[in-house]
Design a protein around this ligand. Sequence first.
Ligand code: ADP
Ligand code: 5GP
Length: 240
Amino acid sequence: MAGILFIISAPSGSGKSTLVNALRSQLGGLDFSISWTTRQPRGSEQNGREYYFTTREEFERMIAAGEFLEHAEVFGNYYGTARRSLDDATAAGRDLLLDIDVQGAQQVRQKIPEAVSIFVMPPNPKVLRTRLRNRSRAEGHVDEAVLKLRQDEASKEIENYRQYRYILINDVLERAVAQLEAIVQVERMKQDGMPLDPRTKRELEIAEGCREVNSRERLRPVLESFGIDPGDGPHQYPLL
Ligand code: ADP
Ligand code: 5GP
């Protein structure tokens, strides 16, 4: 059976990589798609582990050759998912996780509407600033211009939150990891047509709590802190 395609997006510094690493240490059967990028390696990043680092020329050659499932320009650099990542996971029947920005997520959703999309939000701009700065310090290089660019982009990315099937607020790490894990488990159970026992019922409750329609009260202060009107418009993913 074909695996499930998970897409996870978040403003830079929200804690997406931290969440994904924690998830993968707890759940098996989930491949991570290593993206291609033209940005420089950061901190201890290694080619072929966090990203495949390449030049603009090579990236543009790959675009022309149709090698990307999706690609986008983010913060002045190219980022893209090779079609091959998905082909390999599909052939092996494994679930695949894409960590991509909102533009890339839109492209993938158009091609693969059944993909399960998850948006991660930081609790407010102050926390986001602190996380971005702490990460830069830990990596030994604080570039104020890069930090500002990433902070300024956060609100624009968050405006797209309704396009995602699930929304997580990464405030308390353990809770956000548990929510992410529940979402993956529930989607797997749905795919397998498994009945709900008392344990899986709990997971279903947690996952359903991450639907926009069920988390409006929790989302309101987060959206307002980023200057976004929570509104009352239609949501893209009504409850089952
Ligand atoms: P992203 O992948 O979204 O850009 P990272 O996973 O690199 O973000 O996290 C940014 C920084 O925030 C890291 O220093 C990480 O340790 C920290 N962080 C992530 N989640 C939390 C959390 N829930 N509470 C406190 N710090 C966090
Ligand atoms: P970073 O430079 O912090 O690793 O990533 C910056 C942004 O690029 C993040 O929002 C991340 O999700 C996004 N990104 C990483 N890989 C890809 C990719 O393959 N495609 C797209 N569209 N975005 C990506």
